[in-house]
Design a binder for this molecule. Structure first.
Ligand SMILES: Nc1nc2c(c(=O)[nH]1)N[C@H]1C(S)=C(S)[C@@H](COP(=O)(O)OP(=O)(O)OC[C@H]3O[C@@H](n4cnc5c(N)ncnc54)[C@H](O)[C@@H]3O)O[C@H]1N2
Ligand code: MOO
Length: 332
């Protein structure tokens, strides 16, 4: 049997599926669907249908092997949905995935591509590794036709569900980290200018629910910078930020100091502007970031890319740095 539209009298419609939205207009009060496409007609719906002038209805007879658009959207949502997300009810054939916590969005881009390669399937997402807020819609699913072949849905499910891999979309919660801050620069140390870095990084760190455990001044002395980073790590810091002194002048000691600690330097430099002079390193497994001067000047730098990722527990790799270049020109 093929799926088809059939006209029936309301008295015979119980248990059948509405083929489209049925609109009610109450002047001055309401205009919108009284029953939605896909609604399964119940005995108690009869009076309401007659009250909007519907003695006959179009119902959909769905053949085996076809799937209504609402069900198809739900099945796609179910197969991609991981932790930290809720699914909405289908509306006009679309299901939204909504964050149920603040956190870092994780989307497997390759599997999003694979799902969308299946004919007339739609999986639309935000980009991976960005911070999202509770209540934010991060993805949506639908199919294009009203009736979607079961066979295509199975292809979607096979593309999305890969053994041993986490769900296509999930949200990693932010950890509550203790962050140590080492402020370099002789001009700040000697009180020639007021420190502007401390308040900027504090606001960013607290925005994600972490706290500043302490802040020290190191001037431009390599040994002092090294000692203060080491102290924070010994006191249990989850992250140490070293500000300024990241460029090419003789007084720029930060990269040399972090390297001299014996830290594993993932990268000195990133292909993102602003924030090209950032350093990412790990000292005894604790992330240590060297922050260039632009962090106090520009709203969004490479620091803003990596801070939420580190606070969500990701370890930053050389490949993560390299990937920043494509689409990474924000200002120059
Ligand atoms: N010849 C080159 N010049 C620059 C390069 C380069 O590659 N070659 N890179 C540029 C980029 S990109 C950036 S970003 C900055 C990086 O500067 P630094 O991280 O070395 O910053 P500083 O020299 O320490 O300071 C720059 C500026 O900011 C003021 N500053 C620093 N810390 C504080 C603080 N805690 N509170 C208030 N103000 C602070 C400092 O006094 C300087 O005015 O280099 C470019 N140049
Ligand atoms: O480290 Mo700089 O940010 O590219 O201005």
């Amino acid at each position: 049997m093929k799926s088809k539209l059939r006209e029936v009298h309301v008295s015979e419609a119980v248990g059948l599926v509405l083929a489209h939205d049925l609109t009610q207009v109450l002047p001055g009060k309401y205009k919108g669907p009284l029953f939605r496409k896909g609604h399964v007609v119940r005995e108690e719906d009869r009076e309401a249908l007659l009250s909007i002038g519907k003695e006959h209805l179009y119902v959909l007879e769905i053949a085996e092997g076809d799937c209504h658009e609402d069900e198809a959207a739900l099945r796609i949502a179910e197969v991609v949905c991981g932790s930290g997300l809720n699914m909405t009810e289908p509306r006009e054939g679309k299901v939204n995935l909504v964050a149920d916590r603040d956190g870092l969005l994780q989307v497997d881009a390759d599997r999003v591509l694979a799902v969308n390669r299946v004919e007339q399937a739609v999986l639309s997402t935000l980009e991976t590794d960005i911070p999202v807020r509770k209540g934010q819609t991060v993805a949506a699913t639908r199919v294009i036709p009203l009736l979607y072949p079961e066979e295509s849905l199975m292809k979607v499910e096979a593309a999305a569900r890969v053994d041993g891999q986490s769900p296509v979309i999930q949200i990693l919660p932010f950890r509550r980290c203790k962050v140590g801050v080492v402020i370099t620069g002789s001009e700040v140390y000697h009180g020639r200018i007021e420190d502007r870095f401390g308040p900027v990084v504090q606001e960013k760190v607290e925005h994600y629910g972490s706290t500043i455990m302490g802040q020290t001044l190191a001037s431009d002395q390599k040994e002092r910078i090294m000692g203060q980073v080491r102290d924070f790590v010994e006191q249990g810091a989850d992250l140490v930020l070293v500000t300024g002194g990241m460029s090419v002048d003789p007084d720029d000691r930060t990269p040399g100091a972090i390297a001299a600690l014996g830290a594993d330097v993932v990268s000195y430099g990133t292909p993102m502007l602003p924030g090209s002079m950032l350093m990412v390193a790990y000292y005894n497994q604790t992330p240590v970031l060297g922050l260039p001067g632009c962090v106090i000047h520009d709203e969004y730098t490479s620091f803003d890319v990596f801070l939420p990722r580190i606070l969500a527990g990701q370890r930053i790799t050389r490949e993560d740095i390299v990937r920043l270049g494509y689409g990474g020109l924000h200002s120059c």
